[in-house]
Design a protein around this ligand. Structure first.
Ligand code: DGJ
Length: 738
């Protein structure tokens, strides 16, 4: 990434989401341009045009965001929008790119600040700009004070996805406090039939897709928990009333921030719809000394004319090519958690490792319980030294055995946490997030270390670096098992204590980046009691995410469907675990569990000591099948053929490889229903109608009349029917282009 033309460190930091220096690869450039006469800026990339300009009052106003306009199209200089009554100011309804609270603004601000003299008024005017390669940088300044704001717009040439961020710089002679800062305001084309889709949930029930009409007023989705959260995820999609899975317009976006965040979707008095995304202003205050600056997180925003399916395919591509730290396919992993919980030891893990290797597992991960006095969740967090009772010879013999079996070794850590019953807490009780003299609420018997502190940062860097230096560890599962409470930082100077919300997350990113720099082959999974920390901020530094602690294969279909609207299958870890499932005792076949997990990045989390020879044989075959299709599943184009949402009795997905040579279809019948309702003919998508594709079932059967090969036109027009007819049945097939 070439930042040299921008020439501003703060801006560079903002564009990279607060973490310096992670390369994201080379890519074709989008086209930024400016019509000097009309004062109109334009970004063209993919099938998208994004345009804004400077209006007569010197404000930055949105002009267009949607399907690509002709190069010859000229957008007129923007004109501010008047309310329908003289008792309102014009900035209330003008679609501003970055509204600041001041000058009569009453809609959601992107920036709100206060000054030592009591003034809380900012009126931003255009000052200048730079066009640089794939991006536009615009400088704004307050009408009176030396408060400078830099807006960065970068567009991905392949997808037309715009990443937007803002940096505020205090060049006044005294402090100023930022009370609210968003990456952007995004104004949608006028429309009175918008639907908002977003993801909510809870522990073991993440990524529930919600849809509601956008009406006058606000919908706020947010986390106040210091972490991304299970309860809401920072992704939205705005569609029109006719939009469907594969047709109609969808504007979508996600915030790259792993702390407290907020997205507000508003419709103003004249029907203007806008989304504002950034730090959560709840309990937020960031004081800037003279010369200091604060960068917002990045909001990544895209548009598709091809429905929710088109939107998610674009976003998946963008995540794989522009956000994720690598392109390596996810290895098939084994994880010990559901098999052994805290009862890990050398002999037991070696026995599991041998069995895992025999079915084709490529990475063996020891989960919680290997360190400190960790025999339950009551003790040990913070003490990142190997438990000598469980591993009298250290971890080395186990690592060696795993490597000798041809697998990589991975380890669970939860660095940001501490139990009261730990050597670390006994030595440094002041290292946790707390208010002086107030109770420290525990969750899962643990407290949150204040990673904003440099001593905590240094302690964790040293402990983890030592662990990685002393062992051949290829992978860390990085967990985070509680939300914040009592968000105090009593040792910081007054006025700076609320910097915690930003400084903690920046140090988390810095820690992950530094460990990766020192250990370039290390891969990391983001986990937070399941899917509590999935966002485009952490995704820059982690190859994969743990989506949910709910490993029931049927529940997972819904969770994975919701997840796939926002995030790529390439990062979506899914394990095959035991039946009955630990959560609600549902009984399912091993094939069903495999096919559910094979829709993402496959893992095995079962207690292999209980498996029969028949289970091992089935697993060996399905793991081998998975390796044959995983490039298509993880990096291909996903089509959600039949949705499992809204109580559907069935669901189906298909993925088509990027080069079009392979497609994989998964079908699930949850319940045949009272009328013995079969799975319908699945009309496939994304194939070349003029090419021939050979069909090969992976698991389950197709109906007897199904041809062994047929044209893409046949599979897409006529369709394919699996022979399914009972509760919790599944089938899958591969189509190879001939
Ligand atoms: C929560 C994770 O989501 C689980 O997979 C497991 O790692 C436990 N923590 C371990 O404590």
């Amino acid at each position: 990434m070439n930042e040299t033309n921008l020439g501003r460190r703060a801006l560079c930091k903002g564009l990279l989401g607060g973490v310096a220096g992670l390369a994201i690869g080379s890519y074709a450039k989008a086209k930024p341009s400016m019509d000097e006469a009309a004062k109109v800026f334009r970004l063209d990339g993919g099938d998208i045009t994004y345009a804004f300009g400077v209006n007569g009052e010197g404000q930055l106003q949105t002009l267009y965001w949607g399907r690509k306009l002709a190069d010859s199209d000229r957008l007129p200089t923007p004109v501010s929008v008047r309310e329908n009554s003289s008792n309102e100011t014009s900035i209330t309804v003008t679609p501003l790119e970055f509204p600041a609270f001041g000058g009569g603004l009453t809609v959601e601000p992107a920036l709100k600040a206060s000054f030592p003299d009591g003034v809380r008024d900012l009126v931003l005017r255009y000052e200048g700009h730079e066009l640089a390669e794939d991006r536009i940088v615009v400088r704004l300044k307050d009408i009176g004070r030396a408060v400078h704001v830099t807006l960065a717009y970068a567009m991905d040439a392949a997808t037309g996805i715009v990443s937007r961020s803002a940096t505020v710089e205090n060049r006044t002679a005294s402090w100023m406090q930022i009370d609210q800062l968003a990456a952007a305001s995004l104004n949608l084309p006028y429309g009175d039939d918008y639907q908002l889709s977003f993801l909510t949930g809870r522990w073991a029930g993440e990524f529930v897709l919600q849809t509601r009409a956008v009406t006058p007023g606000s919908t706020v989705i947010e986390s106040r928990k210091g972490v991304t959260s299970h309860q809401a995820n920072p992704w939205i999609a705005l569609s029109r009333s006719g939009t469907a899975e594969e047709s109609g317009p969808v504007w979508f976006g996600a915030l790259g921030w792993s702390g407290s965040w907020r997205i507000s979707v508003d419709m103003d008095a004249l029907g203007g719809v806008r989304a504002t995304a950034g730090y959560n202003p709840f309990d937020f205050a960031y004081r800037l000394k003279p010369g200091e600056s604060l960068a917002s997180p990045i909001f990544h925003a895209g548009f598709s004319a091809d429905g929710f399916g088109g939107a998610s395919r674009l976003f998946h591509h963008y995540q794989r090519t522009r956000i994720l730290p690598g392109t390596r396919l996810r290895p098939v992993l084994y994880n010990s958690w559901e098999a052994t919980e805290f009862a890990v030891d050398e002999a037991g893990q070696m026995a599991l490792a041998e069995k895992a290797a025999s079915i084709g597992v490529e990475r063996f991960v020891v989960d919680d319980g290997w360190f400190g006095k960790r025999n339950s969740d009551r003790a040990g967090l913070g003490d990142w030294v190997v438990n000598a009772a469980k591993f009298p010879n250290g971890l080395q013999p186990l690592v060696k055995r795993v490597n000798d079996l041809g697998m990589e070794f991975g380890l669970w850590v939860e660095p940001e946490m501490v139990n009261r019953d730990s050597d670390l807490y006994r030595a440094h009780p002041d290292w946790v997030i707390h208010f002086a003299g107030r109770p420290r609420s525990e969750a899962r018997n643990q407290l949150v270390l204040n990673l904003a502190r440099s001593d905590v940062y240094q302690y964790l860097l040293k402990a983890l670096d030592r662990l990685l230096n002393e062992h051949n560890i290829a992978f860390l599962k990085w967990d985070h098992n509680r939300a914040w409470s009592e968000p105090g930082w009593p040792d910081a100077p007054r006025g700076e204590q609320q910097r915690l919300y930003v400084a903690y997350v920046e140090n988390l990113y810095k820690l992950l980046a530094e460990l990766r720099r020192r250990h370039p082959k290390l891969e990391i999974e983001s986990c937070a009691s399941g899917g509590g920390r999935v966002d485009l901020g952490i995704m820059r530094l982690t190859e994969q995410v743990w989506v949910s602690d709910n490993t029931d294969p049927f529940d997972r279909l819904l969770i994975q469907d919701g997840f796939s609207h926002a995030y790529a299958p390439a990062i979506m870890m899914a394990w095959v675990t035991d039946s009955p499932n630990w959560l609600h005792k549902r009984v399912t076949s091993l094939e069903y569990r495999f096919l559910s997990a094979m829709q993402g990045a496959l893992g095995i989390g079962a207690n292999l000591k209980r498996w029969t020879e028949e289970d091992f044989a089935k697993a060996r075959r399905l793991v081998a099948e998975y390796k044959n299709i995983r490039m298509t599943v993880q990096q291909g184009k996903l089509y959600r053929l039949v949705s499992p949402q809204r109580g559907s009795a069935r669901s189906a997905t298909m993925s088509v490889s990027q080069d079009g040579s392979q497609a994989v279809v998964f079908a699930f019948l949850h319940s045949p229903g009272v009328h013995g309702d079969p799975l319908p003919l699945l009309q496939l998508r994304g194939l070349d109608p003029d090419r021939t594709y050979a069909l090969r079932p992976i698991s389950g059967a197709v109906t007897p009349q199904t041809p062994k090969s047929a044209s893409g036109a046949y599979w897409m027009g006529h369709g394919l029917r699996f022979d399914l007819g009972g509760d919790f049945q599944a089938a899958a097939a591969v189509l190879d282009r001939m």
